[in-house]
Design a protein around this ligand. Structure first.
Ligand SMILES: Cc1ncc(COP(=O)(O)O)c(C=O)c1O
Length: 442
């Protein structure tokens, strides 16, 4: 019998242990997000207790109403029976271009703004083109920690990647570290998310400038994953055409693809629609090696009529109208999409304090000299415990998360918490469980 079984834990320890054994997972701390979801579902079912579920990054807020209405209207007008244009419907392309101008302050021609089946597909299509444009450049560099599914996409595609944890390379140190990789000449693309999943670090302007200038110098394409667009709540990024804007590498290089998800910023994950914006320069650029896979050597044409065509022949017709309606309302200043999701930041602030008051530490805690923003995710550890051990132990206390080691992080002591599914009504339970955990482990 282990310690947790002798002490009375908030969740019946015998059931947790039984379910852990039945799960067949060698080490629960190394399990994928979906495996943890399944395990916790099983424990909840058998115990009748609700967990504080912080493992999965799903929106916890209702979708933007203006999107739903736009989509219903489109369905009523009969779009469901028609194949959409692969490059996207005109009205959406126009609104994506306006959105990028209004909220990033960058000009991208509407022709080069393309809807995708979530940012997930946008990344997959980008890998199919960007990573095959030069026979000598066959490797992606992930600035980690990162979203594990993009590495899975690499494995599925048989593409190579390298990775490093940015924790120790913030600010000027980032330049030296990146050049270590870029000098070798094999890097085709660099990918990072900003704000970052899982750590919620946000690159500073200085860091984005370093990344952008090196992308130009070494002819590397930056895939900037803006899955949490405008969700650095330390600044008000919500006003169209008014600074401050969503920071972007696009200010410092022309070698970029922006991947903007509607899943979190617009709570529209279920409709699987995202935006891909390719810089005007890159869209029209020719790469002879692309002809190995596509009819043409033109980058943008290969993306739309090669990659996206063969993946899904475009993006759901009605979802395109839904997204167009949301973007138009945001562009016209009629809909403050940031205000709708600020709740995540407020939840994170309260929850981080509860963790820290009960002996936990925040792992990724600074953006250079500035304390990290409160947002969709935060990372935590407990002194003296390894992350995988901590994850398993927390299950006895009705709390679930994922281990940072599964995200390319070197901080093996850390876990990622996602705040989106935690309602304020659960805060009391969370606080109580953390308190008991701390009493048992301090
Ligand atoms: C960093 C990152 N990129 C991409 C995605 C996928 O976005 P989408 O739902 O638009 O496919 C996610 C979703 O969690 C994410 O966290």
């Amino acid at each position: 019998m282990n310690d947790t079984m002798i002490r009375k834990t908030p969740i019946d320890a015998c059931i947790v242990q039984k379910k852990l054994q039945e799960s067949g997972l060698e080490k629960v701390g190394m399990a994928s997000i979906r495996e943890i979801v399944r395990l916790v579902n099983e424990i909840e079912k058998e115990t009748g207790e609700s967990y504080v579920r912080m493992e999965m990054g799903v929106p916890g807020l209702p979708p933007a109403q203006v999107g739903i209405e736009g989509e219903i209207e489109a369905l009523k007008s009969g779009v469901a029976s028609k194949y959409p244009m692969i490059e996207g419907v005109d009205i959406l392309k126009k609104e994506i271009s306006r959105f990028i101008k209004n909220f990033v302050n960058i000009d991208v021609d509407e022709k080069n703004c393309v809807p995708t089946v979530g940012s997930m597909q946008g990344a997959f299509a980008s890998f199919l083109v960007a990573c095959r444009r030069d026979i000598k450049k066959d490797t992606t560099l992930f600035i980690d920690p990162g979203f594990p599914v993009q590495k899975m996409q690499h494995k599925v595609l048989g593409l190579k990647y390298e990775t490093f944890d940015v924790y120790n390379y913030r600010g000027d140190k980032l330049k030296v570290k990146l050049e270590e990789y870029l000098e070798k000449g094999n890097i085709s693309t660099i990918l990072y998310s900003n704000p970052n999943n899982p750590s919620w670090i946000c690159f500073t302007e200085k860091e984005l400038q370093i990344i952008g200038e090196l992308a130009t110098k070494y002819d590397v394409i930056i895939m900037e994953d803006l899955a949490y667009f405008a969700m650095d709540f330390r600044k008000d990024l919500s006003k169209p055409g008014v600074a401050p804007y969503q920071p972007s590498v696009a200010n410092y290089t022309d070698n970029y693809i922006l991947l903007i998800s509607s899943s979190k910023s617009f709570s529209y994950a279920g409709q699987r629609i995202g935006m891909m914006a390719i810089s005007d320069g890159l869209f029209n650029k020719r790469f002879p090696d692309l002809k190995r896979f596509y009819k043409t050597d033109e980058f943008g044409y290969s993306m739309v009529y090669g990659a996206i065509y063969s993946l899904s022949s475009g993006t759901s017709h009605s979802a395109q109208y839904g997204l167009a309606a949301m973007l138009k309302a945001a562009n016209d200043g009629d809909f403050n999409f940031v205000e709708d999701v600020k709740e995540y930041g407020e939840r994170a602030k309260i929850m981080k304090k509860m963790f820290m008051d009960n002996g936990f530490r925040i792992v990724y805690d600074m953006d250079e000299n500035e304390p990290l923003a409160d947002g969709f995710y935060f990372t935590f550890s407990y002194p003296g415990m390894d992350g995988t051990e901590l994850l398993e132990e927390l299950l006895y206390y009705g709390i679930s998360a994922i281990a940072l080691t599964t995200t390319g992080s070197e901080r093996s002591e850390g876990l990622r918490a996602c705040v989106s599914q935690i309602h304020r009504s659960q805060f009391e339970d969370l606080e109580q469980r953390l308190k008991v955990f701390n009493e048992h482990h301090a």
